[in-house]
Design a protein around this ligand. Structure first.
Ligand SMILES: Cc1cc2nc3c(=O)[nH]c(=O)nc-3n(C[C@H](O)[C@H](O)[C@H](O)COP(=O)(O)OP(=O)(O)OC[C@H]3O[C@@H](n4cnc5c(N)ncnc54)[C@H](O)[C@@H]3O)c2cc1C
Length: 506
């Protein structure tokens, strides 16, 4: 059990509604655990209308994942006779109405950190409390809460290294407080004896999968069991459960930079949808290192990546406009293509309007289309974009290269890239995606320095020397005749980018 204070339950006094959001799991789920200790449980999922909440509409690939993961959650809960209501509409109306209809005395959930959704939760909490319904929220999506890690001055950190030092210590303390493992499925989990009463809100019907999701179906199997199996395969707990990944763990700290080596965990969509808790991953890699199944340097490196994930959420919490505004304001004057119509990289950057992509011009549209479809003529970029389209995922090293290429060689606004990733990544999340895009574009907190422009050709030589990765996704390696003409001159575009950067700094 983690050290977070969990409010005491007053014994088995009636049904509790557990509102599932980004925590589609039974194990290590503090809200579910509290509810199961109190009595029967009814699960709830609400497809929240973005027009009402003001939150961003989910992208296509992550919405597909969520749908499949919810099916899995429903099946798992049914195994404990816990019903899962899947409703659609305004959560500030639906959730407060349910206790009266279902005869439930409490509603619980695990917290979320998008500003618009925090507002929703505050309204729901207030309305429930007014009716005398017990309501609690718990931590579960991050290693530390975004307000928990403070700098010496009392404010939130904006630089990763000191943040990670402080956050690592807190995460380690929480792990040390675990008795011998992270909690599993709560003891005594069960549903009410009678099926829940009919509710006067539209249920979400099961819909047939859209044709474009066929490729995702081939690659992924969303749900908690697969998430746990993938973690076990990574940590050496169960070397046979995820085919083809055996033996990839030993070199994570180094191998994670080589996209052809498949050395990374591929846990990101599972973490995104809460099929696994980050605490479980943190704990599991430490336990694997103690057993000798994973080298400590690999466990520490993986934990550092989890801290980057927490840091992204911490930044979003304190900068709710992370997906729409450059954190470093001088970049509002940067002549991104797709920001001010007709602007080119060599224009004098004088615009002061906030950075927002506007309707692209035809040349820009062509370059953007080439980038999206993996036809830029640079094999590493093209391989990455094709991997993304085919699988809904892309290796981190290649994400950095394609983002640098879009923003620094094509000089296209980072928001246009962010939006494409948002729609196509199965792990697209409201914090990590804009945070990393701003990092790659040079305009975020603790960002990669602007003058650090990845050269996709040298990156390929360094990180895919045998063409293993590029060959997997493009024909270019075997068939030089299929090589696409480069859409841009790397040296010229690099100079243009640096010149534009010099101007905004004047
Ligand atoms: C432009 C760009 C956009 C990105 N968009 C997303 C996104 O929408 N969602 C997302 O989860 N990650 C995003 N990332 C971060 C990173 O690329 C992925 O988390 C990683 O590739 C997932 O693969 P993995 O699970 O095998 O990672 P591993 O190397 O095994 O890392 C373990 C976990 O740590 C977390 N993590 C790793 N790197 C980062 C990082 N840089 N920032 C935040 N968390 C990290 C992930 O949850 C990941 O599953 C983005 C990176 C870039 C450069």
């Amino acid at each position: 059990m983690r050290s977070e204070e969990i409010p005491g339950t007053s014994g088995p006094v009636g049904t509790t509604v557990v509102w599932f959001r980004d925590d589609l799991r039974l194990a290590d789920n503090a809200a579910l655990q509290w509810a199961a200790a109190r009595g029967p449980v009814v699960g709830l999922v609400v497809d929240e209308d973005p027009g009402v909440t003001g939150a961003r509409q989910a992208g296509g690939a992550s919405a597909w994942w969520r749908g499949r993961s919810l099916e899995n959650l429903g099946t798992r809960l049914a195994g404990y006779r816990v019903p899962l209501l899947h409703l659609r509409g305004d959560p500030t109306v639906i959730v407060p109405a349910l206790p009266g209809i279902l005869g439930a005395g409490a509603v619980v959930w695990n917290r979320r950190y998008v500003e618009a959704l925090c507002r929703v939760d505050a309204v729901v909490k207030q309305r429930l409390a007014r009716q005398g319904v017990e309501v609690h929220s718990f931590a579960g999506h991050l290693l530390t809460e975004p307000w928990q890690v403070r700098s010496g001055g009392g404010g939130p950190y904006r630089v990763f290294t000191p943040y990670s030092r402080a956050a690592r210590q807190l995460a380690e303390e929480a792990t040390a407080a675990a008795v011998d493992d992270v909690p599993g499925v709560p003891d005594g989990l069960r549903g009410p004896v009678d099926p829940p009463a009919a509710v006067p809100f539209p249920a979400v019907p099961r819909s047939a999968p859209e044709p474009w999701t066929v490729t995702l179906e081939r690659v992924w199997d969303p749900g908690e069991e697969t998430a746990l199996a993938s973690l076990a395969a990574f940590t050496g707990d169960d070397r046979s459960s995820v085919s083809g990944r055996e033996g990839t763990r030993a070199g994570y700290a180094v191998g994670r930079d080589f996209p052809g080596q498949d050395a990374t965990s591929r846990l990101s969509p599972h973490l995104r949808h809460g099929e696994l808790s980050p605490h479980r991953v943190w704990f599991a890699v430490g336990a694997a290192a103690e057993r000798g199944d994973l080298r400590w340097e690999d466990a520490v490196a993986l934990r550092t990546e989890l801290l980057w994930r927490d840091f992204s959420w911490q930044r979003l919490y304190h900068r709710p406009d992370l997906a729409t505004r450059c954190v470093r304001e001088e970049f509002d004057r940067f002549p991104w293509r797709g920001d001010r119509s007709g602007a080119t990289a060599t224009d004098t950057a004088t615009a002061t309007e906030p950075c927002h992509p506007s309707a692209p011009d035809p040349v820009l549209a062509g370059d953007l289309a080439a980038w999206r479809s993996g036809e830029t003529g640079f094999p590493l970029v093209d391989a990455g974009m094709r991997e993304l389209w085919a699988t809904g995922w892309m290796h981190n090293r290649v994400r950095m290269v394609v983002a640098s290429f879009l923003t620094k060689n094509l000089l296209i606004h980072w928001r246009l890239g962010e939006e494409w990733f948002w729609d196509t990544l199965v792990d697209a999340d409201p914090a990590s995606n804009p945070f990393n895009w701003q990092w790659a574009a040079g305009c975020g907190d603790d960002a990669s320095p602007y003058f650090r422009i990845f050269n996709p050709v040298t990156q390929q030589k360094k990180f895919d020397p045998d063409g293993e990765y590029v060959g997997r996704w493009t024909a270019a390696v075997d068939d030089p005749g299929s090589v696409v003409e480069p859409v841009v001159d790397l040296a010229v575009s690099r100079e243009e980018a640096l010149e534009a950067y010099r101007k905004i700094r004047q």
